[in-house]
Design a binder for this molecule. Sequence first.
Ligand code: URA
Length: 234
Amino acid sequence: MERIDKLLASTGRWSRREAKALVQEGRVLVDGVPAAAPEQKADPACLQVDGERLELQKYTYVMLNKPEGVLSATEDARQKTVLDLLPPELRRRGLFPVGRLDKDSEGLLLLTNDGDLAHRLLSPKMHVDKVYYIRTDRPLAAEDQEAFAKGVVLADGTACRPAGLELLGRGDEAFVTLHEGKFHQIKRMIASRGAAVCRLKRLSMGTLVLDETLEKGEYRLLTQEEVSKIGGNR
Ligand code: URA
């Protein structure tokens, strides 16, 4: 038995304040009877909201459109992290980012508390493709595309796997497809071609595609279909 507002908020669908309002509006039933107050304790199995049973999910999966200037970490003494962009009811769930985007990178970041899924998505054996949009300080050319296709060797001698480079417009914009995830990988690959990355935005990770209706810094829960497609277990 748990407070109704807390139970509702723990689904991630409503904030505590919204949960209280649902109760006050008479939209929450306990064993078919309207809940008297948000503080009333109830068994989650007996709750209905707008006639539907509560879906109590095992794991939480959040898609964030990460803005620049925020760390892909769960906490930091001085700097803002991606967890700081989530409301308290989601922050309490032990979410962590699946893979990192640099502080000055933006775009798709998956946050979850499903450690198995994170492990699978990040495992080199799983070959989960990641697609990025980049802008560079000079136009790239066909030779750069060929070098990416063969596998670039970074300044420190690290060999990268073959990667996709699809040039856009005048060549100073491109889509990059990576099949692995090394530290600062795209910036270092582009540096090995004598150019620099000015903007870097992740667009997709496997089947999961950034929802372009999310403004920078906004998030939403994954749909059931998205969870199933990436191999999650909600
Ligand atoms: N490659 C980079 O250099 N930075 C990122 O954030 C992601 C890929």
